[in-house]
Ligand binder design. Sequence first.
Ligand code: HEC
Length: 144
Amino acid sequence: MSKRPILKRILVVGAAAFLLLQLWPVERTNPATGPSALQAPPEVAAVLRAACYDCHSNETRWPWYSYIAPISWQVAHHVEEGRAELNFSEWGAYRESKQLSLAEEMLEQIEQGEMPTWDYRLAHPEARLEPAQVEVLRRWVDGL
Ligand code: HEC
């Protein structure tokens, strides 16, 4: 017996399953940015926007692949978790002690290569921070 019909069936079932996955609703929200948004010097804001804002602010740029399940689930999950841990759109509403500890944590995460996440760095060359950009952040954090 030829294997073709089985292969064809697998492909059809696979395609149908893929289409079904697309029906699962995914929340891609960008809540309004109010007066609590971080006010940082332009060079600091530029680095954070390039490397962190997609997951750590309400100003997420949702890429095309964030519309395709199952990748969309991963992206939406990262944004939800990222905002919960640190949201630059809510920065001004954090207590000063929280701002300071988050700021230190930011540098640590960057230096350990944990942030931005590896999959994000893969898709976003502008998020692979140069030492000079990390230095910009460090000087800002030291002055907080
Ligand atoms: C692709 C999404 C994404 C990007 C981009 C991203 N983060 Fe995160 N970040 C997360 C997620 C998800 C978490 C929570 C889970 C975790 O700690 O791994 C997190 C957690 C954190 C935390 C809290 C860590 C802890 O354990 O308390 C800090 C601080 C942080 N990120 C800083 C940054 C900084 C700074 C940048 C930019 C240089 C950045 N992140 C870019 C997704 C992201």
